[in-house]
Design a protein around this ligand. Structure first.
Ligand SMILES: *Cc1c(COP(=O)(O)O)cnc(C)c1O
Length: 418
């Protein structure tokens, strides 16, 4: 019987990724592993993170500044360890990736290069109620350019009475804005509802309107399959502390399609770490960028942050991202099945905000709780289940393929029902 705990045990027993759970540190309470469904907020720590961090500390201790050039992994080339595994996760060429800064900073930097308003073509299409940091980025960036954000931003939101944004409404807004549209900057997965967007269709529609198209992939990178290069996306940015398990305040990354790497006319805010590698240390006047996404790098990166990122990417490489996606889809379907069953048993208690179509959802499921949501959330916490509470009435959970188990999903739904 699919509803029984035994069924969850059977799924775990036949899960080809089951052993990867042992590579993570699972939080405990009273000697018991807790159910951690917050991989969408801060991914758990790989056991090998400490090893890779210590390697950098040792190298610093042994060689001082020469650590950039000496030791097992000279810091000058450390970036190469990151872009190959990351390319497999986001569907890019390694040369199209730069691991640097953090998400909001990178969004500002990409705006410098890809938001080039000209004449009446100055509008930006974005999600209504985008994550606050993205909203503040737009507001302040546009003001710095002398624009009134209200006259530039075209926010597309859900229809009245609906939680998710219809894909056709996004495309229609792009068509309507037409030759006034300079940029579409959209999210890959909505942080509140867990809705996954059709990024390829948005890219094509934006390009057909003569605009540039970029994505904020904070909740998409390491969660859903992406094919940024083939989809012809102009740029994208993400953080690596959510599904990418690289630690609190981890280093972010950006994708810049290779067709821009040699385009001298693009504006950018530069620094010495984006300068041509062969001649960087001659320290000459006049900026000459690396002819890859690394040409957008500004500052000396921290090998400590690189090391934490590497520990996680290395696990994704061994597990194979396509296998992670497969398990994530199975987990999402199983969670959905149990939740819909619970809805039948106890009608009218909660709604699922996340779309049911597998193409429109990733790991996360958002539940709108009709009454007593806050108390329910506290009860779950009490029972050792880490979920996420969003005012006024939403509980978000995200079972992830690398360290969560089907039996945890069963326990969560059991507890919810109780
Ligand atoms: C998590 C998240 C952020 C956070 O930005 P940081 O600069 O990494 O603090 C921004 N935007 C979205 C959509 C997010 O989900």
């Amino acid at each position: 019987m699919k509803k029984e705990l035994a069924y969850a045990f059977a799924l775990d027993a036949s899960d080809p990724l089951a052993s990867y759970r042992q590579e993570f540190i699972i939080p405990e309470k009273d000697g018991q592993h807790q159910v951690y469904f917050l991989g969408n907020s801060l991914g758990l720590q790989p056991k090998k993170t400490a090893y890779f961090l210590n390697e950098v500390l040792d190298q610093w201790a042994r060689y001082g500044v020469e650590g950039f050039f000496m030791g097992e992994d000279p810091w000058l080339n450390y970036h190469d360890h990151l872009v190959k595994p990351l390319a497999a996760i986001v569907g890019a060429l390694p040369s199209e990736l730069v691991v640097m800064n953090q998400l909001t900073v990178n969004l500002h930097l990409m705006m410098v290069s890809f938001y080039r308003p000209a004449g009446k073509r100055k509008k930006i299409i974005c999600e209504a109620k985008a994550f606050p940091s993205d909203q503040y980025m737009f507001e302040t960036h546009l003001k710095a350019l002398g624009y009134n954000p209200d006259e530039v931003l075209v926010e597309v939101g859900p229809r009245a009475g609906e939680a998710c944004i219809r894909q056709q409404d996004i495309v229609a807004a792009i068509h309507e804005t037409g030759d006034e549209l300079a940029l579409v900057l959209w999210g890959g997965v909505n942080y509140y509802t867990g809705q996954v967007f059709d990024l390829e269709a948005i890219t094509t529609a934006g390009h057909n309107a003569g605009a540039k198209v970029g994505f904020d992939l904070a909740h998409a990178a390491g969660n859903i399959p992406l094919n940024l290069h083939a989809w012809n996306v102009d740029f994208a940015c993400w953080c690596s502390y959510k599904y990418l398990n690289s630690g609190p305040g981890a280093i972010g990354a950006a994708f810049i399609h290779e067709r821009y790497h040699r385009e001298d006319a693009l504006y950018r805010f530069a620094g010495w770490w984006g300068y041509e590698k062969e001649t960087r240390f001659k320290m000459e006047k006049g900026f000459r960028p690396v002819q890859s996404a690394e040409g957008w790098q500004l500052s000396t990166p921290s090998p400590l942050l690189y090391a934490a990122h590497r520990a996680s990417l290395e696990i994704f490489s061994r597990a194979g991202f396509e296998n992670c996606v497969k398990k994530s889809r199975q987990m999402a379907a199983y969670l959905r099945y149990l939740l819909e069953d619970l809805q039948q048993d106890q009608p009218g208690k909660f709604e699922l905000l996340t779309p049911s179509d597998p193409a429109q959802r990733g790991c996360q499921v958002s539940l709108l709780i009709h009454t007593g949501g806050r108390a329910l959330f506290e009860q779950l916490t009490e029972q050792g289940i880490f979920a996420d509470w969003r005012e006024p009435d939403v509980i978000r959970v995200a079972p992830v393929p690398l360290y969560n188990r089907y039996q945890e999903i069963w326990h969560f739904v059991q507890e919810l029902g109780r």
